[in-house]
Design a protein around this ligand. Structure first.
Ligand code: GLN
Length: 199
């Protein structure tokens, strides 16, 4: 059974934990670098990306998470978590001078809060590559993926905008799969995390 971590600094980490456990994974809440030991994958949940980034620095987790990935660990960022994986972030708040910290692991440009104030939250059935039936996607002040690098596979779009992408063992979703009863994307991440490393 795969051993998965959920970054538990802020945001929707309990829901991820429950969903992963319902699929048979062993789950550790990650707050300290030592919590990463022995994991095959780590979920970075939705929440508030600048808050999670600050806590990640305070808890000295940034380099250990990058090392974890370099050593073959899978990462899945949902919503704020997707922002934290991206190399480039647009729409950072003015107090950050338009710049915002991230792990910069995935070759993406994301735009924060891209669906505008009028539509803070919505849900919609999403066609996802590799799934036969649409996935019920919940978007909450969601980012969109404005650009993907070579090597990044687009797995879903909403209204023409990229909302799910994969690059090797990195997965980024604009929406919150942990807030619906559908476990298919969590199952996909478990497969990704358990897949043998390329030789
Ligand atoms: N708008 C949030 C951010 O930019 C993300 C929202 C979410 O994770 N639901 O951090």
């Amino acid at each position: 059974q795969p051993h998965i971590g959920v970054l538990a600094l802020q945001g929707a980490f309990r829901e991820h934990r429950q969903r992963l456990e319902s699929l048979g994974a062993r789950v550790t809440e990650v707050r300290l670098p030592a919590d990463l030991a022995g994991l095959q994958g780590l979920v970075i949940p939705g929440g508030e990306s600048t808050t999670i980034a600050r806590l990640m620095t305070d808890y000295a987790l940034r380099a250990p998470i990058r090392d974890f990935h370099a050593a073959g660990g899978a990462l899945w960022g949902t919503c704020a978590g997707a922002i934290l994986l991206a190399r480039e972030i647009h729409g950072a708040p003015p107090q950050f001078g338009g710049q915002q910290d991230s792990l910069a692991l995935m070759d993406l440009t994301v735009r924060r809060n891209a669906f505008g104030r009028q539509v803070d939250s919505f849900h919609t059935p999403l066609q996802v590559q590799g799934l036969d039936a649409p996935f019920p996607a919940v978007f909450i002040r969601a980012p969109v993926i404005e650009r993907v690098g070579e090597g990044v596979e687009v797995l879903a779009r909403h209204a023409g905008q990229i909302v799910l992408a994969r690059q090797g063992r990195l997965l980024a979703s604009s929406f919150h799969p942990e807030l619906t009863a559908d476990a298919r994307l969590h199952a996909l991440f478990l497969d990704l995390a358990a897949a043998p490393l390329p030789a």
